[in-house]
Ligand binder design. Structure first.
Ligand SMILES: [Ca+2]
Length: 437
């Protein structure tokens, strides 16, 4: 029998299906009530911020698959429906559909888990069943500091260890910082791997320096080296796809195969972008929002020739982490919609798109916890990871469906029990006092 995580209240996790209503009334209408931080800034085009609020009255069933995860950060579904989940302190586990969790998988390199560092994203390819190859990103301890790195290895048949581990990418330069590591991993349709990075907080000017990997979207060969077909950028490193980014913890491929990202702004200025090869997305020269101090960012300009406008921005911020395009059967009306996790925003954010612009925004699970990652399971359920000392893998389905894992149907008495339990579990120990991104 596989061990359960030591802090799991596992009998509750799998026996109780949680039901609550993300009401489309006052709560869902609230998120644009606050004034922007930068009162004098104007969007570059209509609909670039504060898109019309969508009806969010769909009833959702949110079932905790596993809790007791320490600051889980990334997840990848395996062919049998189980999930690989990273925990920031440096552990990778396999979580099975019944909520049991493997012991930490051995063979990973050391991580620098201070601050926002640690073990970060994890991905597999469609050929996992044949190759058992796994790729992951992490904050790598280096001489003189740390930096984002990507490694790959082969998962043993019993899922206990990774073998043949190789580091295939190292961000340069390293910095003495515990902040802004990125880093999402996304395979494109050509089998190349997008890697997002951050500006390391104190090194923001290097986001404009194409001789570094700081504040970039990178595209690499999953065996190592730069990807073929990357843009030719004068004086630029060969891994660079786009630059001028602040801290990218959300990235996903759209149904048409294009990469989209969401990056953290400062006080206001979280951005949705569709990064295109060889273009400059402006940080820190142009930005929406303000410094945390309340001062203007740089010269306080939001537009400049040669720098791309975001498709959409948030002020106040949601503090975005995790992203997926919905495709599946369970949420029939959400095909192609963008799902983004909110940390400070404590919400699952849904955006509708048309012709490359945002046409509406809705928020779900508001106030239930800091959402670190979002994925769509092969059966169409939406999976989220909550960022907390007692973090959880949660499966979100339309409430009309019976819980697939438990067969439990929902009653009003169960709903009351669930809500209080949800609040207790997800908020218990969550990092209220830590930084909001
Ligand atoms: Ca930008």
């Amino acid at each position: 029998m596989r061990p359960r995580l030591p802090t799991l209240s596992a009998h509750i996790c799998t026996a109780v299906a949680l039901l609550f209503c993300a009401a489309g009334t006052a709560q869902a209408q609230d998120f644009n009530a606050r004034a922007p931080n930068a009162l004098d800034q104007r969007p570059a085009f209509e609909g670039q911020t504060r898109a019309p609020v969508l009806d969010a009255s769909v009833r959702l069933n949110a079932q905790v698959v596993a809790d007791g995860l320490v600051h889980p950060w990334g997840m990848a579904q395996l062919p049998d429906g189980s999930w690989l989940v990273t925990e920031r302190p440096g552990r990778l586990r396999r979580i099975f559909a019944d909520g049991t969790a493997s012991e930490p998988i051995t063979g990973l390199p050391a991580v620098d888990a201070r601050g926002q560092g640690g073990l970060l994203d994890v991905v597999v390819r469609d050929d996992f069943a044949q190759t058992r190859r796994v790729w992951w990103s992490y904050a790598e301890p280096r001489a003189g500091g740390n930096a984002t790195a990507v490694a790959t290895g082969v998962l043993s048949r019993d899922s206990s260890s990774l073998t043949g581990v190789r580091v295939i990418f190292q961000q340069n330069p390293a910095r003495n910082s515990t902040a802004h590591f990125g880093s999402r991993l996304v395979f494109d349709r050509d089998g190349m791997l997008f890697v997002t990075t951050g500006d390391r907080y104190q090194a923001r000017a290097l986001a404009q320096d194409v001789g570094t990997h700081i504040g970039k979207v990178l595209r690499i060969d999953p065996e190592g080296g730069a990807a073929k077909g990357n843009p030719a950028i004068e004086g630029g490193l060969p891994e660079i796809w786009s630059w001028g980014h602040r801290n990218l913890q959300s990235a996903a491929l759209a149904p048409d195969g294009k990469l989209w990202t969401v990056e953290h702004g400062a006080r206001g200025g979280d951005e949705l972008n569709q990064p295109q090869a060889g273009l400059n997305y402006g940080w820190p020269v142009i930005a929406y929002g303000l410094e945390y101090s309340g001062r203007a960012i740089g010269e306080g300009v939001t537009a400049r020739d040669g720098m791309e406008q975001p498709v959409y921005y948030w002020d106040p911020v949601i503090a975005p982490s995790g992203m997926a395009f919905y495709q599946g059967e369970m949420f029939a009306d959400w095909q192609g919609d963008v799902l983004v996790g909110g940390l400070a925003g404590q919400a699952l954010v849904r955006l509708t798109l048309a012709d490359g612009r945002v046409t509406g925004e809705a928020r779900y699970l508001q106030g239930q916890g800091r959402i670190r990652d979002v994925a769509v399971a092969r059966d169409g359920a939406i999976m989220v990871l909550t960022d907390a000392r007692n973090g959880a893998l949660i499966r979100v389905t339309p409430a009309r469906l019976r819980s697939m894992a438990t067969g439990v149907s929902h009653s009003s008495s169960g709903m009351e029990t669930s809500i209080s339990w949800t609040m207790r579990t997800i908020t218990d120990g969550h990092a209220q006092s830590s930084s909001p991104w």
